[in-house]
Write a protein that binds this ligand. Structure first.
Ligand SMILES: [Zn+2]
Length: 247
């Protein structure tokens, strides 16, 4: 997480109206990416979704007067996916990728989840983990070690996306990578290997007791989400379709 002071809890609880072109200003700021690409964005839209940018552009920082900032370690494609989500409310779709590119899609989701954490964008974090749950279930895949390592290296321990990837990885029958280009699970930090082992043991105990029972985490999508209000959580509590509740 970038080093910008966070808001007080009282401020966080206030639900602002979602900006639209009837109520927002046309003031713009510019975000420069590693590639040199400079992206002009409506300030109201950006600061509504990102607490990081809100603190930067609404606070007493230099950027608030210069209206410009840079964002490191973010590819053009990942930032475009964020802009597209802000504009449409839709996270990148798997159908937008080539059919045999599902793994690349999930890698893009991890990168977008890391950006959502860096710029402190709670709603995007929720949408990314939902998309990841659906994609891994649809293909009956487990995270490759390189995606897991990227998540471990860049996300906080409290991250819902990281928790989901650990849950999903612990279902693997073997931790030997089938892809010679992938990093090995043995390269993961020991404390995460221990977490994987504990989750795998929980699963084994569970299915030993009742082989037909769903896993303790399989039907609870909201455990990976951050909901600020009970109303929002209630609105989200749509169970996953049956075909997605696979082990
Ligand atoms: Zn939820």
């Amino acid at each position: 997480m970038a080093e910008i002071p966070s808001e007080s809890p009282q401020q966080v609880q206030v639900e602002e109206p979602r900006p639209d072109f009837f109520n927002m200003s046309f003031d713009m700021v510019t975000v420069k990416l590693d590639s040199g690409l400079e992206v002009p964005i409506y300030t109201d839209l950006l600061t509504y979704h990102s607490r990081y940018f809100k603190n930067m552009f609404r606070g007493g920082f230099l950027e608030a007067s210069s209206r410009k900032t840079s964002l490191a370690h973010t590819s053009d494609n990942t930032f475009r996916a964020f802009l597209n989500w802000m504009q449409t409310g839709v996270v990148i779709q798997e159908k937008d990728q080539e059919a045999d590119d599902a793994a690349q899609y999930r890698g893009n989701l991890v990168a977008l989840g890391i950006l959502a954490d860096t710029i402190d964008c709670r709603r995007l974090r929720n949408d990314v983990v939902t998309a990841a749950v659906l994609s891994y279930a649809k293909h009956s895949k487990n995270p490759c070690a390189s995606f897991l390592k990227k998540a471990i290296d860049n996300l906080p321990e409290s991250s819902g996306l990281l928790l989901f990837l650990l849950h999903r990885a612990a279902v693997k029958r073997s931790f030997c990578s089938s892809n010679k280009n992938d990093v090995s699970y043995e390269k993961l930090p020991p404390k995460y290997l221990i977490r994987l082992w504990k989750i795998a043991k929980l699963r084994l105990d569970w299915i030993t007791n009742d082989p037909m029972a769903a896993l303790p985490w399989a039907e609870n999508l909201c455990q990976y989400h951050e909901h600020e209000t009970d109303d929002e959580k209630a609105a989200c509590r749509n169970p996953l379709p049956l075909e997605h509740r696979k082990r």
